[in-house]
Design a protein around this ligand. Structure first.
Ligand code: SF4
Length: 621
């Protein structure tokens, strides 16, 4: 399709607020932005004099089309921009992945008898959420303290519904026993109120409330209760003393900073809750060539679009053109005023500097990791005699039970990290007896015959197994004309168990056209392969267990030709377990009244297939 030249396209763009999408010749979205005045904004990218967005210069030659979507307000544009970035994932935009690395406390206040749990994802489900906490250790400690101070229920909802007697927590006074009606909803609600005051940091209010309750209890001669509250107040005061406030502001604050080198960025957020630093979070981006102000604004928009917990105050390292809009949007999301500041001096400035130092530190850590990874890939390339660095590795494993319910797994690692979007399970259709080669052949054939033209090929294929499995892999690659793809086999050491435990280094790696395998030894690079193989194994087993659970182990007997319901029942009754049937001899099986000698032979052969018929012969290479 012939597109009008860019100058003509820009001159006809609307001048109202909205979102612009820059696309290449094929219509692929390269960059998405929002603007108060679409035409003016887009023009700045292409103007001869240019402006701060000059750093997007390298992108401009690829842009062939600019599309716009008008909105009524700039705030609507901001929301639409986020949605479109999530949808198109343009390479040059900042796109925050759904991050599950931090924790919050969920208080199910919508229930009659709420409980506190640790969660990764904050939902709009009527519960109250507190946090976020960056480390599980920090949040677990908070939960432990809370449970020691407040006797909330800790059981699961189904356990709660089905109890006829309270559990041990009631006996040791760690729960008031709502499951069995041992506390009224009103009294439990008092407890809930105390917990919320504590989590909100309204400590003096909490102590005052407890003191009132203590006075009331002793006034009505409930001395035991009064003594309990007295101890609780002492415990809370002790806990609060230990929590050292860092920020002078007792409000909730999110403090942002970033460190940048070229087009690689590290953003850092410090979370202060009630003046206490409860956690931090880091985000790493590469290939982002935006000016600092624009990158920070884009990051904030993306971050808060997903984040339901909005603090009272947001501290930034530099002023943003969008600040009034951001303040308005955040206040609307929070349902109360939010302040956005760029502190120039004093304590708040120190907090931004602290975030800055953390950003630098996190950046350096990633650089070191990347360097280590490059060394590791280099070592792997040399040891395995590969043509190129194995950036992308795929590994396959098979799991089966007597050849039935056979499943295969594929895991994929990219630059040292699991790429779960490329993990796959396979139900193996091949024969009904254990045939490792046949099964491996089938899943490899299925995987690589569907390799899309534009799909990124793996640099290395790893099969779980020895020479036989490797030869199967090579045969498949040969058949499919994928001879440039490297393959190795990683076989578990089959030596005696004590030796294997003592020497986990004895696994062997088989290379094509090399007679003797390489011992894993103490090479970090080769252990990296082992980790990938173990992951493939774990992934296959998980799926296998799931299938087994859904089909039931007994249905394995259904797979034996000629063994119907009656004979199956007799076998299970006679031997008591599948394992015992598997271990029985032909003679033992023939003792069963309902089984003929031929049946006994069939059952035996099902579990002990003759090796010479065992499926595909591994090609010799
Ligand atoms: S006493 Fe009842 S409500 Fe409390 S934790 Fe035990 S089972 Fe749950």
């Amino acid at each position: 399709m012939d597109l009008p030249n860019l100058e003509d396209q820009i001159s006809t763009l609307p001048t109202g607020p909205g979102v612009y999408l820059m696309k290449d010749q094929a219509g692929k979205v390269l960059y998405i932005g929002k603007a108060k005045n679409l035409r003016n904004r887009v023009r700045t990218y292409f103007g001869k004099s240019g402006d701060a967005r000059l750093s997007l210069r390298f992108l401009m030659p690829k842009v062939r089309q600019v599309e716009t979507i008008l909105t009524d307000t700039e705030k609507e544009a901001l929301i639409l921009e986020n949605t479109l970035i999530k949808k198109h994932k343009p390479r040059h935009n900042i796109d925050l992945k759904d991050d599950k690395t931090y924790f919050s406390l969920r208080f199910s206040v919508q229930e009659k008898f709420p409980k506190l749990t640790l969660v990764r994802k904050v939902k709009r489900d009527g519960a109250r959420y507190f946090g976020p906490y960056a480390s599980s250790a920090a949040v677990k400690e908070t939960l432990r303290i809370l449970r020691s101070l407040f006797p909330l229920r800790t059981c699961s909802d189904s356990n709660f519904r089905n109890r006829s007697r309270p559990c041990l927590n009631y006996q040791i006074k760690k729960c008031l026993g709502p499951c069995c009606g041992l506390v009224s909803p009103e009294k439990y609600a008092d407890l809930v109120q105390e917990v919320i005051l504590f989590l909100e940091g309204k400590n003096s209010q909490l102590i005052k409330l407890l003191q009132e309750r203590m006075t009331e209890a002793s006034g009505t001669l409930h001395f035991e209760e009064a003594a309990r509250i007295r101890d609780q107040i002492a415990a809370i005061e002790q806990t609060l003393e230990k929590q050292k406030a860092v920020s002078q502001t007792p409000n909730d604050q999110d403090v942002f900073a970033f460190h940048r080198q070229g087009n690689v960025w590290e953003f850092q957020i410090l979370f202060f809750r009630r003046g206490i630093l409860v956690g931090n979070k880091s985000f790493h981006f590469s290939r982002i060539n935006l000016p600092e102000e624009e990158a920070l604004a884009a990051f904030l928009r993306q971050y808060y679009a997903e984040e339901p917990s909005i603090p009272h105050e947001v501290l930034l390292p530099l002023p943003l053109e969008d600040e009034p809009l951001l303040t308005e949007w955040l206040s609307e999301k929070r349902g109360a005023k939010v302040e956005v500041h760029v502190p120039q001096r004093g304590d708040k400035k120190s907090l931004v500097e602290m975030a800055q130092k953390n950003a630098e530190h996190a950046f350096q850590k990633k650089v070191d990791e990347t360097e280590n990874l490059s060394l590791l890939l280099q070592e792997l390339k040399e040891k395995l005699r590969l043509r190129s660095l194995p950036h992308r590795i795929e590994c396959f494993d098979i799991s089966n039970l007597f050849g039935t319910l056979a499943v295969g797994s594929r895991v994929s690692f990219r630059d040292g990290k699991p790429d779960r979007s490329q993990y796959r399970h396979y139900r193996v259709h091949a024969p009904s007896f254990p045939d490792d080669y046949g099964m491996m052949y089938e899943i490899l054939k299925r995987r690589y015959s569907k390799l899309e033209l534009d799909e990124e090929k793996p640099d290395l294929l790893v099969v779980d197994g020895g020479k036989g499995q490797l030869n199967v892999a090579l045969a498949v690659l040969d058949e499919l004309g994928l001879r440039d793809l490297s393959a190795v086999g990683l076989a578990k050491d089959k030596g005696p168990i004590p030796k294997r435990i003592a020497e986990k280094t004895a696994d062997k790696i088989y290379l094509p056209n090399v007679k003797d395998p390489i011992l894993l030894g103490h090479s970090g690079a080769l252990h990296y392969l082992q980790r990938i193989r173990d992951e493939a194994h774990r992934f296959a087993i998980t799926y296998h267990k799931k299938l087994r659970g859904s089909r039931g182990l007994r249905t394995i007997l259904d797979e034996i030709p000629g063994i119907g319901k009656v004979k199956k029942k007799a076998l299970l009754q006679g031997f008591g377990s599948l394992r015992k049937i598997q271990e029985a001899t032909v003679e033992g099986l023939s003792q069963m009244e309902s089984l003929t000698r031929k049946d006994a032979q069939t059952v035996f052969e099902f579990f002990h297939p003759p090796t010479e018929e065992c499926g595909m012969k591994a090609p010799d290479k």
